[in-house]
Design a protein around this ligand. Structure first.
Ligand SMILES: Cc1cc2nc3c(=O)[nH]c(=O)nc-3n(C[C@H](O)[C@H](O)[C@H](O)COP(=O)(O)OP(=O)(O)OC[C@H]3O[C@@H](n4cnc5c(N)ncnc54)[C@H](O)[C@@H]3O)c2cc1C
Length: 478
């Protein structure tokens, strides 16, 4: 029997599992998809919010304020890209300026440090490409950008380094109360755990309903984005929000940690929890809205679009508590924005609940708090490159020419704990296929390497989800 089963390997489940792996506990992390971070965690704005936006007194506000300063430490330890570039909320008229001031006041109530209200001239001095009709802004220097899926993968790897068992491709289909805890049924197996932590994102209401009467619902709200090539990555240097008005929240324009430009999202209430499709009319709508921030975005440099589903809870706040109707079953539900920003603090909050529910936990003496760093070949000096290639010739073979990724880097992400098992899992960890050609050139080579390293037939290689086979057979038989 496991001590703890964590359901869902998004940023929340992986953070919770990693924090709990500091204690002497037998932990399993269960995920229905073929990889870590394949839900909302891979499809969001990737912003570590300053923390002025959430309503004071809510868990969202409290945990965003606590979570934000924790990013430097965790991202350094786990070798994940994070940049504290600051954010601006810009106003172009007096109504929007009033909204900027309201956000500032809220930020003060939420204990957000170092915010400033800037006038139009000061704002334009900070961002040369934004439109000249801006009359002021809220500057929040503590806001940042991160790679959410790389962080979740790193947390999962570190949790596994510390003994957490990870079961991917295992959908939880039912949970039953048993004498000592819960019996968790998955599609192909069954296990028992004393305590269950429900981090199932958009499905957290359905998982909760397996053990207790429905006390909350999660509704999906889709947000779509445009991603632009690195040639457009320096159009802005901060995260730029538009001031919220009665008409809505506006569109953001932000650089990514890897130097691309992100424009989006919109907001669309849906019924379907699987619908992450994008549509040309919504993308056009986002592009049009972004022009209020800057008319200098070269949309011809768009390389892809994507959509994510916000897990909107009926309670309007994060739901992080032991279920009143199921002892030892802890919900971490309704984690919509700023869930990523709050994630490190959510994990600590959950550990405290586990301590209350299970009694004091024994800390491990041999907890490994950092992860083996990645070799990023292109960041090495010529001398280091030559030395490395001599030691391991695979670092001398460039597989992805857009992002300059070597075979050595690809093999490394396959071989690690919580390593990549699909083409997109490699893409999310090492970036082949993230560039301008979106895998057109390197895709087949990545498949060959994956098949070789995992000892599988190349026809069994998956692009991403279950049954997403890329090859169906030989084009020429001998
Ligand atoms: C458009 C958009 C923009 C956002 N922007 C930001 C932002 O800039 N900053 C910020 O702080 N937050 C942002 N957020 C919110 C943030 O992305 C989420 O709070 C966060 O990703 C939630 O993580 P999670 O682990 O709870 O959910 P998920 O990442 O969805 O993880 C839940 C996991 O549970 C798994 N699961 C579900 N059902 C089962 C089952 N039956 N069995 C096994 N596994 C199961 C899923 O497959 C999934 O992997 C944004 C969200 C969206 C949609």
């Amino acid at each position: 029997m496991y001590d703890i089963a964590v359901i869902g390997a998004g940023i929340i489940g992986t953070f919770v599992a990693r924090e709990l792996s500091k204690y002497d506990l037998k932990i399993v992390l269960i995920e229905k998809d073929t990889d870590i971070a394949n839900g909302t965690t891979k499809s969001n704005s990737a912003i570590v919010h300053g923390g002025y936006d959430a309503k004071p007194g809510t868990l969202k506000a409290k945990l965003n304020a606590l979570g934000n300063p924790m990013f430097n430490d965790i991202c350094t330890k786990l070798d994940v890209p994070f940049k504290r570039i600051g954010s601006l909320v810009i106003a172009t008229n007096q109504e929007e300026m009033a909204s900027v001031r309201e956000l500032y006041e809220r930020g003060i109530e939420n204990n957000i440090p170092n915010m400033m209200i800037l006038d139009g001239k000061e704002t334009i001095e900070m961002e040369k490409n934004i439109n000249k009709n801006v009359i002021g802004s809220l500057y929040s220097p503590t806001a940042g950008i991160v790679s959410p899926w790389e962080l979740a993968v790193a947390l999962a790897e570190n949790a596994a380094d510390n003994g957490v068992e990870i079961k991917l491709g295992n959908k939880v289909t039912d949970i039953k109360k048993v004498q000592e805890g819960y019996s968790i049924e998955m599609e192909d197996e069954k296990l028992e755990a004393k305590y269950v932590i429900n981090c199932a994102g958009i499905y957290a209401d359905d998982i909760n309903a397996m053990v207790a009467p429905r006390s909350f619902d999660i509704r999906p709200t889709r947000g779509q984005y445009n991603v632009l090539d690195k040639s457009a990555g320096d159009i802005v240097t901060h995260v730029i929000f538009q001031a919220p008005t009665k008409a809505g929240k506006g569109t953001l324009v932000a650089p990514t940690v890897h130097g691309n430009l992100l424009v989006g999202p919109d907001a669309e209430d849906l019924e379907d929890k699987e619908n992450t499709s994008t549509s040309s009319d919504r993308i056009s709508f986002i592009r049009e809205k972004s022009k209020k921030t800057t008319d200098k975005i070269p949309f011809g440099a768009t390389i892809t679009s994507f959509a994510g589903l916000r897990a909107k809870p009926s309670t309007e706040d994060f739901i992080i508590e032991e279920s009143k109707d199921a002892k030892g079953f802890i919900n971490v539900a309704g984690i919509e924005s700023p869930g990523l920003s709050a994630a490190p603090a959510i994990a600590d909050y959950v550990v405290d609940i586990v301590k209350e529910v299970a009694g004091d936990l024994k800390a491990k003496e041999d907890f490994i708090d950092s992860r083996r760093p990645f070799i990023k070949f292109m960041e090495l000096s010529d001398e280091e490159k030559a030395k490395l290639i001599k030691k391991d010739p695979r670092y001398g073979r460039i597989i992805c020419r857009c992002e300059n990724i070597t075979e050595g880097e690809i093999v490394d992400v396959i071989k690690r704990n919580a390593g990549a098992k699909t083409v997109d899992a490699i893409k999310r960890r090492a970036r082949p296929g993230m560039g301008r050609c979106q895998g057109g050139f390197c895709g087949p080579r990545v498949m060959e390497i994956l098949a070789r390293e995992l000892g599988m037939d190349i026809k069994d290689v998956l692009k991403d989800g279950k049954n997403s086979y890329i090859l169906t057979g030989n084009t020429k038989e001998n």
